[in-house]
Ligand binder design. Structure first.
Ligand code: CAA
Length: 257
């Protein structure tokens, strides 16, 4: 399928979606988000794909929700339209998603990045929640996920004073996995995605679910959830294959079953 606001392609087992509104610094309007979720949902259900990458361009991953589209909104129009729900729908996808970020990742763009599972940044990446500058606060998870990622006091500065984090700061505070030169950050993100895509698919899926549970549940419930997922994996052929391969000192041949 061809889209107007994003580009899609696959490399090996990796599905790649590139935000493509460069003149607006990839501002996230309703149409772009609908296309993005459609493309990612197709990758998520495609057995040939094992991991996904979302990226922008060198100057901007995304400079936030589209302020021009949002300016006339009312509480009721916000309740009636599903715009912010797209961030939740991304979070509910089963396969891992890596954000490959260069330049601005601001507002809804930063929230999109934080709804992904791993973050690879270029040295020029900047992360921020500058909604305070336009008289609002983050509305797609920014106050919650940023606080969990970097801690309360720094999150306060980011949310209340519009402070941006450089790539180096984001790495230092644990927001991102790796920082690479701008020439190779996307290639490195795809490389990581290929590695994950070549692993046992059911275990990858349940591993993602279990780690997300740590963010979203209290410890006792999270531990119980993890235990059930762990036991469930003993019903897969890949568990038998993986353990037999280890004992027989040979590479495993994953079936995704
Ligand atoms: N929405 C709509 N258009 C945007 C945009 C946004 N979030 N961010 C940038 N643009 C547009 C600009 O309007 C401009 O378009 P025109 O050429 O037609 O005027 C174009 O992109 C280039 O932007 P600038 O000229 O401003 O570029 P700059 O290099 O001078 O500044 C910037 C870059 C600091 C990122 C600045 O564009 C900026 O502050 N953008 C807004 C960031 C922001 O507030 N994001 C939060 C949005 S609200 C949100 O996301 C809510 C939520 O939680 C879901």
């Amino acid at each position: 399928m061809t889209y107007e606001h994003i580009l899609t392609r696959s490399e090996g087992k990796v599905g790649i979606a590139q935000l493509n509104r460069p003149k607006a610094l990839n501002a996230l309007n309703r149409e772009l988000m609908a296309e993005l979720i459609d493309a990612l949902t197709q990758f998520d259900t495609d057995p040939a794909i094992g991991c996904m990458v979302i990226t922008g361009n060198e100057r901007a991953f995304a400079a936030g929700a589209d302020i021009k589209q949002m300016a006339g909104a009312t509480p009721v129009s916000m309740l009636d339209n599903p715009f912010i729900d797209y961030w939740d729908r991304l979070r509910r996808l089963n396969k891992p998603i890596i954000a490959a970020v260069s330049g601005f990742a601001l507002g809804g763009g930063c929230e999109l990045v934080m709804a992904c599972d791993m973050i690879i940044a270029s040295e020029t990446a900047q992360f921020g929640q500058p909604e305070i500058n336009i008289g609002v606060i983050p509305g797609a998870g920014g106050t919650q996920r940023m606080t969990r990622a970097v801690g309360k006091t720094l999150a306060m500065e980011i949310v209340l004073n519009g402070r941006f984090l450089t790539a180096a700061e984001a790495l230092h505070h644990g927001l991102v996995n790796h920082v690479y030169p701008v020439e190779v950050y996307l290639e490195e993100a795809i490389k990581l995605a290929q590695q994950i895509a070549n692993r046992a698919p059911v275990a990858v899926r349940l591993g993602k679910e279990a780690v997300n549970a740590a963010d979203e549940m209290f410890l006792q419930a999270g531990l119980a959830h993890e235990r059930r997922l762990f036991y469930m994996l003993f019903a897969t052929e890949d568990q038998k294959e993986g353990m037999d391969a280890f004992i027989s000192k040979r590479p495993a041949n994953w079936q995704g079953k």
